[in-house]
Design a protein around this ligand. Structure first.
Ligand SMILES: Nc1ncnc2c1ncn2[C@@H]1O[C@H](COP(=O)(O)OP(=O)(O)OP(=O)(O)O)[C@@H](O)[C@H]1O
Ligand SMILES: [Mg+2]
Length: 251
């Protein structure tokens, strides 16, 4: 469903991505692991159009997308979450999710003038969809709360609901478990599992090894901007060489 080939990026002479290939298939959950600064978020940023690669190509659903702006990639069904939740702090949870919808129509002046009926219909549909997603992440009862009234873990779940708002075919999750604890852990797992079961391609950057072991079908290991290993989760986690890279670089 998604194929990246040869993605390369330098920031001011420092290579943060070197010839990266990645394949994501429907229904598959792939872990992207590696120590801090390995380039995992940069890879997601290149896939979603927030960072422009110096070289390389990206195909998604049989289209070349590397030159499309991020909003068009999102419309094609490439969704992501952010390492930090990035919610609109003064909006309710419900509105945070509604405005993530690709068909959110109220911002087009021509629609407001010429098609108010269509806007009302779409807004109703968007409202229902957002409410449904808040139910899935266990926060429907907080729909009217302001984002900052939630715990950090709950905010991450709202970030996930925002990413799911467009019913994308491929979902990139950047450290979904960081700051998530207590009851929200199982909710996060369930939603991710359900997405994969529905045939979505899922790629997860995560430092939580238990989560990776539970959730992921295979893993890719990044270090210093390169993919240095890929294979089964069990094989990668058992690889002493990778463990040394992972912990060695943190000290
Ligand atoms: N916009 C930028 N300008 C310059 N350097 C950047 C930029 N974004 C990232 N980098 C650098 O690129 C490297 C990779 O960063 P990246 O955030 O992709 O790592 P990561 O694997 O996601 O790490 P973490 O696990 O800490 O989130 C780091 O050395 C970082 O400092
Ligand atoms: Mg990161």
């Amino acid at each position: 469903m998604l194929q990246a080939r040869g993605l390369t990026k330098r920031f001011g002479g420092i290579v943060v991505a070197q010839d990266l290939d990645l394949d994501l298939a429907p229904g598959e959950v792939v872990a992207l692991i590696g120590p801090n600064g390995a380039g995992k978020t940069t890879l997601f940023n290149m896939l979603t159009g927030f960072v422009r690669p110096d070289q390389g190509s990206i195909s998604f659903a049989d289209r070349r997308i590397e030159n499309l702006p991020s909003y068009r990639r999102a419309r094609l069904g490439l969704a992501r979450t952010w390492q930090r939740p990035r919610l609109f702090e003064s909006l309710s949870l419900l509105d945070n999710v509604i405005v993530a919808g690709r068909d959110y129509p109220g911002e087009r002046l021509t629609n407001l003038v010429f098609a108010p009926g269509r806007i009302r219909e779409r807004e109703k549909a968007g409202h229902a969809e957002a409410m449904h997603l808040l139910e899935r992440v266990g926060l429907a009862h907080r729909a009217d709360s302001i984002a900052t009234q939630l715990s950090y873990g709950q905010q991450k779940l709202v970030g996930l609901a925002r990413a799911l708002m467009n019913d994308g075919r491929c979902i990139l999750l950047d450290e979904p478990m960081a700051g998530v604890e207590g009851r929200t852990v199982e909710t996060m797992k369930k939603v991710v599992r359900d997405e994969a079961a529905a045939g979505k391609a899922v790629c997860i950057v995560e430092h939580n090894i238990g989560f990776i072991r539970d959730m992921c079908d295979r893993a890719v290991f990044m270090f210093n901007g390169r993919i240095v290993a890929s294979g089964s989760v069990a094989d990668l986690l058992a690889d002493q060489r990778l463990t040394a890279l992972y912990f060695g670089s943190k000290s």
